[in-house]
Unconditional design. Structure first.
Length: 318
């Protein structure tokens, strides 16, 4: 296939480019480098099956030639309010990527009668009242809260994708992505894994906010990409959770990072006023992925962290 990937220079987009090229497809990458990095796709410059357009998806998209699939991954994704590329500091761009970007990419798919895959998110569920989260759960989201620019952009994107499927018979897919980690992730992401891994590699105590009782689950990037590719090739149109269902508390996760890295500095607890909509629990129910795609994660947390450490060391100059 000839596949357009928006957000191609991002963490997930660049890994997706690698996988689809390795599978023999032709890939058209698109990114405006607001949050993506040229370094993530520099190794593809000499690949004759890869072409690239610098473009903002909130503007009209024209791709010469036939396109067989469109995969929309363009959006700021970091929840870190201290990061200049986090969605707290790029609110309008985030909303445009989810609304206008989805509209324009769906237009490309419709025009080409191409398959379409939307990268959605577990943030669809907000601070969930149902645990673990199943795809039929409508969520607990504040439409005007601090996180709304990302949460609501993705919720609108899902609605628009289904509207194009129902009204125009576009062959659509929606993946709801849960916490993912691996090489090329943003060290300033603001989430637990990059924060902990940086501190551990620098020999510092890991900063745990509150009592560390809030929970997360972590999926290695190769596992996630495998699930996404299977979804693209499937006949499933309704949303599918892709993530690792192995839930652990933040404190357990911090202790695991210290053990894997050999960091003897331990943890330090800090109090912080919690956002009223910062989710306390996050765990995917992957029954549909197992049943429909025959997919479940294969990489252990220890192996995934060990695979990620060289990238972090390089970025930290260690």
């Amino acid at each position: 296939m000839r596949i357009l990937i928006t957000g191609a220079a991002g963490f997930l987009g660049s890994h997706l480019c690698d996988r689809l090229l390795a599978d023999g497809h032709k890939v058209i990458g698109m990114d405006n480098f607001v949050t993506g990095s040229r370094d993530n796709i520099a190794h593809l410059a000499s690949n004759e099956n890869f072409s690239f357009f610098k473009h903002d998806v909130s503007n009209y998209i024209y791709i010469p030639g036939k396109v067989d699939a469109v995969m929309h991954f363009a959006s700021p994704a970091s929840p870190n309010p201290k990061s200049p590329v986090g969605y707290f500091n790029l609110p309008i761009q985030t909303m445009k990527a989810g609304a206008l970007g989805t509209h324009h990419t769906l237009g490309v798919a419709k025009e080409n009668k191409a398959k379409y895959l939307l990268a959605s998110t577990s943030e669809i569920y907000g601070d969930p009242l149902v645990h673990p989260q199943t795809e039929d759960y409508a969520g607990n989201v504040d439409p005007v809260g601090e996180r709304a620019v990302y949460d609501e952009a993705k919720r609108f994107a899902e609605s628009l994708t289904m509207a194009y499927h129902r009204a125009h018979d576009v062959h659509t897919h929606i993946v709801r992505i849960f916490n993912t980690y691996g090489p090329r992730m943003d060290l300033q992401d603001g989430r637990a894994l990059p924060n902990f891994l940086k501190q551990a590699l620098l020999g510092q105590p890991l900063t745990v906010f509150g009592d560390g009782g809030q929970s997360r689950s972590f999926c290695y990037v190769d596992d996630l990409i495998e699930g996404i590719v299977r979804l693209l090739l499937s006949e499933e149109h309704m949303p599918v959770n892709i993530g690792n269902p192995d839930e652990m508390t933040i404190l357990q996760f911090a202790e695991a990072i210290n053990e894997i890295t050999g960091n003897k500095a331990g943890v330090t607890f800090m109090s912080e006023e919690r956002s009223t909509r910062d989710p306390q629990r996050r765990q995917p129910d992957i029954t549909r992925a197992r049943t429909i795609l025959g997919w479940e994660p294969a990489c252990s947390l220890e192996d995934g962290i060990r695979n990620t450490i060289p990238y972090f060391k390089e970025k930290l100059g260690l």
